[in-house]
Ligand binder design. Structure first.
Ligand code: FCB
Length: 445
């Protein structure tokens, strides 16, 4: 319970989240940049350079975020800058990220640093990426080096952003690098990612026990499209188990859980998360369909009357509440490490912000130990296969002029950050009706 009803806990972290490749510009040494060069991979042929030129502009960008009363910031370091060649670490890149973290500290903003946010150095991709067990070893060495160099400037570290999304988008749907359609490879990739987390966790904790290590899980609510249909319920439950539970369960137990047990061997210390990072965006309804064999026989649907973002994702704040309550069983502090909406006109984002932060507050009052909220994201940026078309920013950012223009919701969020409470009090919208319609092709993100 909060001691002060209606308010967030005193030390609550309020910030926004970014990923290096999506904002920095100039990252030419990784697998995403190579992927972006091929026609058809990225909407409108967009490329991640210049993105927000944040590599150069971080200092004034942090001034802006601080002026909006944010007291924390999640960012990632770019592996291909820090280790452009296997075993060779760039003093320039390390010095840069020291400057970045120091700039946050100087502004009184708590950093939360992600070591791996989707991109791999080209030399890792050339060696087979995450389908090569050696990659876990390479990652652990990188993670150790980075925390040795930067650990004094940040207490909170995330090993991986969204392992299941990496496996699904890159190895099942094939819409992200390396563009494979191979369920077996996806499972092997998850095993190697888990091994990488366990190795990195053990090494970092041994050298820097004071650092708090976690992983950012993309958790999504899967409900049966027809509540009365046992086959829909079974397939929705299977989606939840595979997509939401395999990583959490494996990390809790320190060993692989089904179905990963069939894809390889790996183990580590139990409970190797000091906190849980939650990336929550939406839910999907799942309908049994025998033609969807490659997707566990589940056709993904949306409620017919669902309110939808520009990317056709349902606005479903209740899912954040449900997910946070379910995460109480992990008995770890929770940070909402991402939550946001693609909304170029900023018409839905204010409601999104109010209803989702309200869901967080309700979850805290119901006993979920949530310690911070990082909205995705501060600036419109390079949104992977969507290029610059999907606008998740509280602040519009023009990739040509580089002008930053805070949207009205940036002001609303600033008010929440400043007051540490929601005002006026908000009601969650009623649950949408039961009937469902096909969602159309969508990223499982
Ligand atoms: C998440 C990713 C993040 C961004 C948002 C919209 O899955 O972690 O980089 O793409 O979705």
């Amino acid at each position: 319970m909060t001691s002060n009803p209606g308010r967030f806990p005193e030390t609550f972290l309020w910030g926004t989240a970014t990923a290096a490749h999506q904002v920095e510009g100039g990252n030419h040494g990784n697998d995403w940049w190579a992927w972006e060069q091929a026609p058809g991979h990225i909407k409108n042929g967009d490329r991640s350079d210049p993105a927000c030129e944040h590599y150069e502009r971080f200092s004034s960008d942090f001034d802006l975020l601080r002026s909006l009363h944010q007291n924390a910031h999640r960012l990632s370091v770019e592996w291909s800058r820090i280790e452009p060649v296997r075993g060779e670490f760039s003093a320039t890149a390390i010095a840069h990220y020291r400057d970045v973290l120091q700039a946050l500290r100087d502004r009184g903003m708590e950093p939360l640093v992600t070591l791996h946010h989707f991109t791999n150095p080209s030399w890792i991709a050339d060696a087979g990426g995450w389908d090569n067990p050696q990659t876990a070893v390479d990652f652990a060495r990188f993670a150790q080096r980075v925390t040795d160099e930067l650990g004094d400037l940040s207490r909170y570290w995330i090993t991986f952003n969204e392992p299941t999304v990496i496996a699904y988008q890159g190895y099942v749907r094939g819409e992200w690098p390396p563009g494979k359609h191979d369920m077996g490879a996806a499972a092997r990739v998850l095993v190697t990612l888990l091994r990488g987390h366990w190795m990195a966790y053990a090494r970092i904790k041994q050298r820097h026990p004071e650092l708090q290590l976690g992983l950012a899980h993309h958790l999504r609510v899967f409900d049966p499209a027809r509540r009365w249909a046992p086959q829909d319920r079974a397939v929705a439950a299977a989606f939840g188990r595979v997509f939401n539970q395999t990583i959490l369960g494996s990390l809790r137990l320190g060993r692989l859980v089904f179905p990963l047990t069939r894809a390889g061997t790996a183990s580590g210390p139990p409970n190797s998360q000091d906190f849980i990072g939650l990336n929550y965006y939406t839910r999907e309804l799942i309908k049994f369909n025998h033609r969807y064999r490659a997707e566990l026989f589940g056709q993904r649907m949306l409620p017919a009357k669902a309110r939808r973002s520009d990317l056709n994702w349902e606005l479903y704040p209740e899912g954040l509440f449900r997910t946070l309550l379910a995460l109480r069983r992990e008995q770890r502090p929770i940070y909402v490490t991402e939550n946001g909406i693609a909304d170029g006109t900023d018409t839905m984002r204010p409601e999104f912000l109010l209803t989702h932060t309200s869901a967080v507050l309700r979850a805290i009052e119901a006993g979920a130990p949530v310690r911070g909220y990082f909205h995705w994201t501060c600036f419109d940026n390079f949104e992977w296969a969507e290029g610059y078309s999907a606008k998740f920013g509280l602040i519009a950012c023009d990739p040509v002029t580089q002008e930053r223009r805070p949207r009205p919701s940036a002001m609303l969020y600033a008010q929440i950050c400043r007051t540490n409470r929601l005002s006026p009090s908000v009601e969650l919208p009623p649950a949408p009706p039961d009937s469902a319609e096909p969602a159309g092709p969508a990223d499982l993100r």
